[in-house]
Unconditional design. Structure first.
Length: 359
């Protein structure tokens, strides 16, 4: 039987593990994850500014006492007798409250495959932990589940109010241009890697060609229509943002980038990431599109633009920028092989574009 949290349990104080070695950090994380609260030290060093969590103050919102704490994937883990919760501080509180209202509206319309969450003390995002695994786009069953999940979300994520900090310059049409301009600035730095001495410039030209070929007037029309109708796009369809629960149910997670935008961008992201893993197999794209459209059909403009968007080397740019700018999660040992695969598959990519009729 687990020990109850004593009434005099001190605040859990989170700061950075910057003073520890990598091995020491690893050991500390496991100790904190396994130890019940009475055994935890007064201060857990995690990084950055000190952040205080009053466990007694949060318990009424969880409807249960906290019996154990730990750390998981950069979140504070709070365990109660019947559930586990993940908490992390948020910077854009107004945006998070907007998403909380949008989340409730989308749930009322019937889409509930999102973790329950609430905003606490105007600075903490607290969400229910869902046990499971991340989706694998290389797995056909996972890919089908992901396409169905996205289509169901898009069907219900409409008529949502405009967020307080909405800026049309951060929607799909402008994000393409912005990403290309960012890549242009680091293109020469990427060419310093022997593996990409020539590919860096080749892919810059691919992006330039794409921006000239994509019908950006039609794209802005689709974006404007989506914004007027209050359609929400997730905007980060990496496979790690789709969770397959222990029962096999898929969940859409991490809505920090969600905003009013063209939902077409989500489908393009999902399909593009999957096609990279399937080496641009056109049958895989046909499978994704057929699965998605069975629930959420595309307009004529959306279908044409989706094909054109594959001209843009978004996956190459994303990984290259992450590598050069040393962004969190872009480990050189993973990114370089991924970029090399994209370079090796360039002919297959071009064959896929020819199959689409946009090469």
């Amino acid at each position: 039987m687990k020990a109850a949290v004593p009434s005099d349990t001190p605040l859990v104080v989170i700061s950075l593990l910057s003073s520890l070695s990598e091995a020491g950090t690893f050991c500390a994380l496991h100790i904190f994850a396994l130890c019940p609260i009475p055994m935890l030290p007064n201060v857990i060093r995690l990084g950055g500014d000190t952040m205080r969590v009053d466990l007694k103050a949060i318990e009424p919102f969880l409807n249960e006492p906290v019996v154990q704490t730990g750390l998981k994937n950069g979140f504070l883990l709070l365990k109660t007798p019947s559930a586990r919760w993940l908490a992390k501080p948020v910077d854009h509180t107004a945006k998070m409250f907007w998403w909380q209202r949008a989340d409730r509206l989308i749930r009322k319309k019937g889409f509930r495959s999102m973790p329950d969450f609430f905003v606490w003390q105007d600075r903490w995002l607290v969400m229910r932990y869902i046990p499971g695994r991340t989706a694998r786009y290389r797995n056909v069953w996972d890919l089908r589940q992901s396409a169905v999940l996205l289509a169901r979300f898009h069907r219900k994520a409409i008529a949502v109010e405009t967020p307080p900090d909405f800026d049309v310059r951060r929607t799909l049409a402008d994000r393409l241009v912005n990403r290309f301009e960012q890549y242009e600035k680091v293109c020469r730095q990427l060419s310093a890697f022997p593996q990409f001495a020539f590919a860096s410039e080749d892919f810059r030209r691919h992006g330039e060609r794409a921006l000239n070929r994509i019908d950006r007037t039609a794209l802005r029309r689709v974006v404007s229509s989506g914004v007027e109708e209050g359609t929400v796009a997730h905007r980060d369809l990496a496979s790690h943002n789709i969770l397959i629960g222990v029962t096999g149910k898929p969940w859409l997670i991490d809505f920090e980038t969600a905003d009013l935008d063209a939902q077409l961008g989500d489908l393009w992201q999902l399909a593009s990431r999957a096609l990279v893993e399937w080496h641009w197999n056109p049958h895989v794209f046909a499978f994704i599109l057929r699965t998605y459209e069975a629930i959420r059909p595309l307009s004529t403009d959306e279908k044409r633009l989706l094909s054109q968007l594959f001209l843009f080397p978004n996956d190459f740019y994303r990984e290259a920028l992450g590598l050069i700018k040393h962004r969190q999660g872009f480990d050189e040992q993973k990114v370089i092989p991924y970029l090399q695969m994209l370079v090796r598959d360039e002919r297959k990519w071009n064959a896929f574009l020819s199959w689409l009729g946009v090469a």
